[in-house]
Structures are given as C-alpha cells and as structure tokens.
Design a protein around this ligand. Structure first.
Ligand code: MG
Length: 380
C-alpha cells in the first residue's frame, strides 16, 4: 500500500475517483494539480489539506492562490508546478490522471524520482511508450496501470513466469453505437456520443469509446506496458463490460479478470498493489448478471480502431500523431464544429500527412504532437 499520493489532474473523472479512494482507504494526499477548475480544486484542497497544489493555467493559479491565502498550502503553476507535484519528496506514488500530452514531462520526472506511477494518462504510453518504459526500467520505477483493461491484464499476469503468455485478449464494450453502420453515424450529436452504456467517464474518452479510438489507444498502450507485439493482442468486443480483459497462456488456458464496471476498483488496486484491501464498491452478483457475450470488432464501420492498430505497427511518432489529431478533432466535435465521422478523417489525414520519425526523443515526440494539432486546426 502506498503512503501518500500526488494526483495530477484531480478535477477530472479519474482524479475525483482517486480522491474518493484516498478518502476511503486513508491514503494521504500530498499534492493536487488541476488545469483551471479552481472551484472544485479549492474544495478538494480544503478537504485533503495537501502540502502543495499546482494550477497549470497561470491566471487560474493566481486566483487559486488568493482563494487559499488563509491556508498554508503552497501553490505552483504551469509545467514547473506539475513537475514539482510529480516529484514531491513526501509522495511515494503519482496518479497521472491529466488528459493529453501535458502529462508526458511530469510522468518522466516522477519516474526519474523513482515514484510509483499509477498510470491513467493515455498519451504517456501512446506517444512515448518506448521512452517511458525504458526509463522506468532503468530507474526501477513501478508503473501500475489504472485503466480497467490494463489493470485486468496486469492482474491476470501477476505471478506468471516468463514465456507463459501467449496472447492478450483486450476486451471492449463496443460503445453506444455497436452494430450500426458508419453511414448512419453521420449526424451523431455530442450528447449521443458521450452517453456510454456501462462506464461513467469524461466527455473526451466517452467519444473515443464510441468511435473505438479508445480501444485503439488501449491496444497501443498494452503493447508497451506488457512488451508484446501487435500480433500478440486480440480485441474482443464484450458488450456487458463485466470481463475487463483476459490473457491466454501458452497451454490454451485463459485467465480473465471480472468485476463491476467501476473505475474506483482499478484505481484502488494501483494504490494498494501488491496488497488488496476491502473496498466500498459493489461486488459482482452472478445471479443478476445477464449473459456474457463476445463478438469480433467491426473495423469497417469503426475505422478508428483499424487506424490505431495500423499506427501500432508503423510505430515511431505515428501513434502520437494519430492521438493528438484525434484529440483536437474530438474537441471540435464536442464544440459542434466538426461532424462525427470527420473525427476519423482528421486522425487518418494527420497520420498520412505528417512524416513519421523514431519516437525515442521527447522533443521529437512533442513536435509531432504539435504538428498533428496544427494539421487538424488548419484542415478541419
Ligand atoms: Mg479502458
């Protein structure tokens, strides 16, 4: 069990759920960071009394500093503030729940400081998987995944020997539009796209779940996290989201991890690992479970997954370019500026336009990220 955590991105969906787990388990919160939602941040800061809080947005940081002037909380800002929160002496674990490429530098800084990384920021592994995993190995920093699928695979692999794994079976619900054709998705609205059948998540990841881009990003993450090739991962659509992923061992045995679809569970495990502790979450009731069903992913009507698998094979900066272009396109869609099916067009266009480079240098990765964003802003 970890002693104290820094939560990077504490006002988002994962950040708030991490705060709830910390409260339930009595884990101390040493630092919090947010982008600019300072009202919620102030509530959290007054409740958890962290020693340090960073607000990424400089103006919001000034306002926050005034708001907590009656406390002894130290306040930082910008990337410097995020890095300070990620490397604070008194925290032994950093929960990386920020969204976007902004999470990269603080995660690397936390690895250098040998913190446990409870990894919830997708871009870290999608954009810089080789760099991050190599650095973690070199520094001896543990990376424990928070995403439910990767947590499931991590749990299925606990205690297994080298050479026992044959295949990773990455499950996904198929999202709210499973079974529909791409042509019928043309006029999907943001409200329809964010209504996920099983999971409660932020808007961006909900849209990604509906396009299956989220499964594609998870495919790339799994490759890095578990040191496997794209051929070692099979995506299995499992609409009930009860099985959170599986591993197939060399003898054909399949190990699955099951539980209620609540992100609090993998968050708690990332903090308690290698121990387990009682939780406040519902337990699985087999008598209430409907059938568990499985189907192949529809790569034709949900081409974002096929694109991500292709980028996983291309390697280098291709996954980063795809992810950044997708992120900008999804935000445009959420603002009503881009049609639903154009999200894929934007991601594919960026991958085909921006030259691929090796992804072994942070500056090269961040430049690819910037180029992808500029491409979508200019052409879509
Ligand atoms: Mg997931």
């Amino acid at each position: 069990m970890v002693n104290a955590i820094s939560i990077l991105g504490c006002t988002g969906s994962i950040g708030r759920q991490t705060a709830a787990v910390a409260e339930h388990t009595g884990i101390r919160v040493a630092a919090l960071t947010a982008n600019r939602k300072i009202d919620l941040l102030e509530q959290q800061a007054r409740k958890f009394k962290p020693e340090f809080v960073a607000v990424y947005d400089e103006e919001a940081a000034k306002a926050f500093k005034l708001a907590v002037a009656d406390t002894d909380i130290r306040v930082g800002s910008g990337m410097e503030g995020l890095i300070e929160a990620a490397t604070l002496d008194s925290a032994d674990c950093v929960v990386t729940a920020v969204s976007g490429a902004v999470g990269l530098k603080p995660t690397l800084a936390a690895i250098d400081a040998k913190k446990r990384i409870a990894l919830a920021n997708k871009e870290t592994l999608v954009c810089a998987g080789e760099l991050v995993m190599a650095r973690a190995k070199e520094k001896g920093a543990e990376i424990v995944p928070v995403d439910s699928e990767h947590s499931a695979i991590f749990q299925c692999l606990m205690g297994r020997g080298e050479g026992e794994l044959h295949k990773i079976l990455l499950t996904g619900s198929g999202g709210p539009f499973r079974g529909r054709s791409r042509a019928t998705l043309e006029d999907i609205t943001p409200a329809q796209a964010v209504a996920h059948p099983n999971w409660s998540m932020g808007a961006k990841i909900s849209v990604d779940s509906s396009t299956l881009m989220n499964k594609g990003l998870e495919f790339i993450e799994a490759m890095h996290l578990f040191s496997v090739t794209p051929d070692d991962i099979t995506v299995v659509i499992h609409p009930q989201s009860v099985i959170h992923s599986m591993v197939e061992l060399v003898d054909g045995t399949v190990i699955a991890q099951l539980g209620v679809p609540d992100m609090g569970l993998p968050i708690q495990l990332a903090l308690s690992y290698p121990d387990r502790c009682a939780s406040q979450f519902e337990h699985l009731d087999f008598w209430k479970l409907r059938d568990l069903s499985f189907e192949e992913p529809d790569l034709v009507n949900f081409p974002c997954l096929a694109l991500a698998m292709d980028c996983a094979r291309r390697g280098g900066t291709a996954p980063c370019v795809m992810s950044a272009a997708n992120e900008v396109a999804v935000h445009k869609f959420l603002r009503g500026e881009l049609g639903y099916n154009r999200i894929y067009d934007a991601a594919r266009g960026a991958v085909e336009t921006i030259p691929r480079q090796p992804a072994d240098d942070l500056d090269v990765i961040l430049a690819a990220d910037t180029a992808a964003r500029a491409y979508v802003n200019e052409h879509f």
